[in-house]
Design a protein around this ligand. Structure first.
Ligand SMILES: [Zn+2]
Length: 377
């Protein structure tokens, strides 16, 4: 096992941010004009969105955007891939015609507190509502009947009795008519229950505004844009999936060949699941409506963690529900709260060495395939 590669995974938000900021000197060896920027959260000024930006030195043609930590807790794996990209791929790009936008922790509060959501409980990947659309609380009627199951309004009891209660409720939902709505109703996002899972917010969040501004400014000089966004939690355990926007014109089968990459899916209900307020969808919308002459390929790296079996799906749902329940209502015992936190961490930042090594290998294969296909080297 290559321990140097495993060191790519940071311990926590603060250590990761410090390392990221330190990369500026390395980037400046290739792009002397590179700049490090920060945005401090209004209510948590010690937490920042950090980004490295560099314009092409002579002839702006291509822009590469790498983003991480939109779902805070997923930022540990995201930061590993960012560091990998900076060390291995950045030196192979052409600074003369290529610009960079590298974003560390879109959701710094979530990364610091090991939550997916921001401090307002908003899932930022349900918050990029554009195209003149507004936030409608009743936007997802399938979620409402699931609310009591997904968001228990009480203190979490001992872990065994809570697990049994969870399972009996789950079985009731699964045998009732309309059980197919469980996954879609939940994952699409909801705008009604502000303490619930997959809450997309009631307005555009601060972090979302920062990103919207950043994207709009960054893409302007470039004819071709590549955007790679790092996530964890979905898909097979030892296989990263490229998850494309439904807006992407090329089919997954075509892209598998073009990238020489085994797992490419589109974010449509048959292959993945539908999402409202998705960031990548918003970037496509930005380019289509404001810069229709530009070329864009944007995708999410989804590093699978627990896997796709039914028991894995149940474990993963339980980890999400318990973590949110403990956050709002506490746990009867401290030990239960700790176990819930540990299960949640494993769901979004697995610690197993074999998992981490495979995640790096998959990212290398995808970076190689995509950067070559898109003409970056
Ligand atoms: Zn995510």
């Amino acid at each position: 096992m290559n321990t140097e590669l495993l060191n790519l995974f940071p311990k926590n938000y603060m250590a990761s941010r410090e390392r990221f900021r330190g990369q500026i000197t390395h980037v400046q060896e290739h792009w002397p004009n590179a700049e490090l920027h920060q945005y401090a959260l209004a209510e948590h000024p010690e937490l920042t969105l950090d980004w490295l930006r560099a314009e092409a030195l002579t002839q702006p043609e291509k822009l590469i955007i790498l983003t991480t930590g939109e779902h805070g807790a997923e930022g540990i794996v995201g930061a590993a891939m960012m560091q990998l990209f900076i060390e291995e791929y950045l030196p192979r790009l052409n600074p003369q015609n290529t610009g960079l936008l590298l974003v560390h922790a879109i959701n710094p509060w979530g990364m610091q507190h090991n939550r997916r959501v921001n401090s307002n409980n908003v899932d930022l990947n349900r918050n990029f509502i554009g195209d003149g659309k507004i936030f409608i609380p009743a936007a997802n009627p399938e979620y409402r009947p699931l609310h009591p199951f997904l968001n228990p309004q009480k203190t979490l009891r001992g872990s065994l009795c809570s697990k049994l209660e969870f399972l009996s409720k789950l079985i009731k939902i699964m045998v009732s008519p309309g059980q197919s709505a469980l996954r879609s109703g939940m994952l699409m996002g909801q705008y009604e229950f502000s303490q619930g899972l997959y809450f997309g917010g009631g307005q555009i969040e601060e972090e979302t505004w920062v990103m919207v501004d950043l994207y709009r400014k960054a893409v302007q000089p470039y004819a071709q844009i590549l955007h790679l966004d790092m996530h964890t939690g979905y898909g097979p355990r030892y296989q990263m999936s490229l998850v494309n926007s439904p807006t992407e014109r090329r089919a997954p089968t075509e892209l598998k060949t073009a990238f020489n990459y085994p797992e490419v899916v589109a974010a449509i209900p048959e292959e993945f699941y539908a999402i409202q307020g998705d960031m990548i969808d918003w970037v496509y919308l930005l380019v289509q409506t404001e810069f229709p002459e530009k070329m864009l390929y944007a995708t999410a790296f989804e590093f699978g963690t627990l896997g796709t079996s039914l028991p894995a799906a149940i474990r993963s749902l339980r980890a999400m529900i318990f973590e949110n329940q403990v956050h709002w209502h506490g746990a009867l015992r401290e030990a239960t709260a700790r176990r819930v936190q540990a299960d949640f961490s494993e769901l979004f930042a697995p610690t197993e060495k074999t998992w981490r090594a495979k995640a790096i290998a998959d990212a290398q294969q995808a970076f190689n395939g995509i950067l070559r296909d898109q003409g970056f080297f």
